[in-house]
Design a binder for this molecule. Structure first.
Ligand code: ZN
Length: 678
């Protein structure tokens, strides 16, 4: 049997690789370029199937990994597949589940057979093999299935990328065998990270196999935009002309335009619905952020050129109001519109390819799609005047370093936040870079990566994290939940009053989080929440952290934050989890408190005038210590510790010191030959 999709190229642009094609699945005819909304849990968030059909969706993407865990294949078997289960009559494509499994932060063991992981639903151990993946996708009854591949970051080195590619090839053969004579189509996935030779080998090998189409995998997971576009063009050119080409997980309207030009036919992405929830609308005149107050009185349609029900029936003012009040209807109205915008963009590209006017259209759209809030450009100065609280503000003052960096100083102790170094540089080096935040956010997981920002201060660390995440979006698709703790927000209020001296505050987020207790990014899936008050009290109601930026004032100013009791409480919140804590202090007392609480302690990177900082991790994090390049304290440090005469935390009474010393002496990390995981 040749392709199950009866694929036909109908037109190709003369001055680019853009093409218009047509194929037929078990549930109907599909035209390309094609955008598939993401229906992870057998639903596109907030939209009914009527909304989807009206918006112009012809194929949905569903995630085999999530559907395998819940509701489970037995439900699909009972209903005869996903179509009847969710009342969707058009086509469905399922991914293999591999991508999600490999990006599980821990608890995933990969062997030649498959990936062994623990279900987030009921904790059961599950092996996802190529055969199990195909069996699941057959039960779901998707029209197009994906072969299971091993996905590594696109920034991996050659040896790692080559090994993953070869395993992907062996799994491709097993996936085809598992599909057998079933009528569903099956796509292979070309891997090879950002190495031209590997991309060639992978395309060469896979295109000899009887797949019905090919996906370009392993992009949009770490590389920059230019790299992605170069490798998209390269990979697309290596694929057969007479089969569909699918670029997984991409992207913004502009990304789609660029990839169509390079010869790609099919796309999926969560951006239209994710950004709808944040109030962002894609329109014929550029992007709008309807969260902004400038739309409060606007009687205009979201997009005057758009025929969707949202634009026919509602004003920008009403949508602005719904988004401000986090009403589900607001997400639905904008989700519906954004999806319509994506589908219309695809069909206009198709029309221009057929008419051979694609190049002109592309040039116009490049300018329009890059535009934001054209009628109401954003200003960055916080305009609202705050009630003055001089008493609180007087606890802090602003001081400028000789190098010209402004810092907040605690008056009573004279202690300066991020003393002696550009605070933004330190925030990036000590917290953002060391925690590998951007890499972690590139993991294809829908589970938010939770960062505790303990001691928010003037929000240097929080803003460094937000900026890093926003500038790498949409490659960083994993949601970030940033949880800031601050017992005295007067330091941030004071810095905001002197915002000219603090470039990191030239952004709406800090004043917004101060006013409302939370802020959502419009550029990336970021939620920032602020807990004002006592850290020990608030931490129990916060989600379990994957990473902690521990940056309160030192013990000189803020004794309770550096006690054994405090680290005991932090450890209790994350003991079973893969959690790493980063702090600027390298003091023996602090490390003793961390060790006493149960953390495994490592040397942190140098910063500014500090030759060394500290990193504390849970046992689950220590298993990754090798791959993350952590340097765990060993016997040498224990020797120094024994000699130190100021090593016990202030809350450990003399009577308790012998017991704590005994505990430290007996810790596994100081035993010779010990390595994490043993
Ligand atoms: Zn519309």
């Amino acid at each position: 049997m040749t392709s199950r999709l009866h694929f036909r190229v109908e037109a190709t642009a003369t001055d680019s690789q853009a093409r218009a094609c047509r194929f037929r699945t078990l549930h109907g005819e599909v035209l390309t370029p094609l955008f598939m909304p993401v229906g992870t849990q057998a639903t596109v968030k907030g939209l009914t199937v009527e909304d989807l059909e009206a918006a112009g969706s012809h194929m949905l993407l569903a995630n085999a990994y999530h559907l395998l865990l819940r509701p489970g294949t037995d439900v699909f078997q009972r209903f005869g597949g996903i179509h009847r289960f969710m009342n969707w009559r058009r086509s469905v494509l399922t991914d293999s589940g591999g991508y999600q499994v490999f990006s599980l932060p821990n608890d995933c063991v990969v062997t030649e057979d498959g990936a062994l992981f623990r279900s987030y639903v009921d904790g059961a151990r599950i092996v996802l093999s190529p055969e199990r993946s195909i069996k699941t996708q057959l039960a779901i009854g998707s029209d197009i299935m994906m072969a299971m591949d091993e996905c590594v970051p696109s920034t991996s080195d050659h040896a790692i990328a080559a090994a993953a590619m070869q395993r992907t090839h062996r799994w491709a053969v097993r996936s085809l065998a598992a599909r057998g004579d079933a009528p569903q189509a099956l796509f292979g996935i070309v891997q090879g990270a950002c190495f031209e030779d590997l991309r060639r080998d992978s395309a060469d090998y896979l295109t000899r196999l009887p797949f019905d189409g090919f996906a370009i995998g392993g992009l949009a997971v770490g590389e920059g935009r230019a790299e992605r576009e170069r490798f998209t063009a390269l990979a697309a050119a290596l694929l057969p002309r007479d089969l569909p080409r699918y670029l997984m997980g991409v992207g913004t309207p502009l990304d789609l335009l660029e990839a169509v030009e390079r010869g790609v036919d099919m796309f999926d992405c969560t951006i239209p619905s994710v950004l709808a929830r944040q109030g962002v609308a894609f329109t014929s005149t550029g992007r709008l952020n309807l969260y902004r107050g400038v739309y409060k009185l606007s009687e205009d349609a979201v997009d005057g050129e758009c025929p969707c029900p949202t634009c026919s029936d509602y004003s920008r003012a009403y949508v602005h109001h719904l988004i401000k009040t986090s009403e589900a209807l607001g997400w639905q109205l904008l989700g519906r519109h954004n999806l319509r915008f994506y589908h219309d963009l695809m069909s206009r590209m198709r029309q221009h390819i057929v008419a051979d006017t694609f190049a002109t259209y592309r040039d116009d759209q490049r300018l329009i799609l890059a535009r934001a809030d054209g009628d109401h450009p954003s200003t960055t100065t916080p305009r609202r005047r705050r009630r003055r609280n001089e008493g609180a503000l007087e606890r802090f003052q602003i001081r400028e370093s000789p190098e010209g960096h402004a810092s907040v100083v605690h008056r009573a102790s004279g202690e300066m936040m991020h003393g002696g170094i550009d605070p933004t540089v330190e925030a990036n080096a000590l917290y953002v870079a060391q925690s590998r935040l951007v890499e972690r956010l590139r993991e294809a997981s829908a589970v938010p990566f939770v960062v505790w920002d303990v001691g928010m201060g003037a929000a240097h660390n929080a803003m460094a994290a937000i900026r890093a995440c926003e500038t790498t979006a949409p490659a960083t698709q994993r949601p970030l939940h940033l949880v800031s703790f601050e017992h005295d927000v007067a330091s941030l209020r004071l810095a905001l009053r002197h915002a000219l001296k603090f470039p990191h505050l030239h952004y709406p987020a800090p004043s917004h989080v101060l006013r409302f207790g939370e802020w959502r990014s419009e550029l990336a899936p970021i939620l920032w929440t602020l807990h004002e008050g006592d850290f020990l009290q608030h931490m129990t109601s916060a989600p379990t952290p994957d990473c902690i930026f521990y940056d309160p004032f030192s013990a000189k100013t803020d004794i309770p934050m550096w006690t054994l009791e405090c680290f005991d409480s932090v450890f209790a919140e994350c003991a079973e989890h893969d959690t790493e804590l980063f702090t600027y202090s390298a003091s023996t007392v602090v490390r003793t408190a961390m060790l006493g609480a149960g953390f495994i302690v490592a040397r942190g990177a140098p910063t500014g005038r500090r030759p060394e900082t500290t990193l504390a991790m849970t046992a689950a994090a220590a298993i990754q210590a090798g791959t993350r390049g952590r340097v765990i304290l060993g016997a040498e440090w224990l020797e120094q510790w024994r000699r130190s005469d100021a090593k016990f935390p202030s809350d450990v009474p003399s009577a308790g010191r012998a017991a704590l010393a005994e505990r430290i002496e007996g810790l596994a990390q100081f035993r010779s030959g010990w390595s994490p995981g043993t």
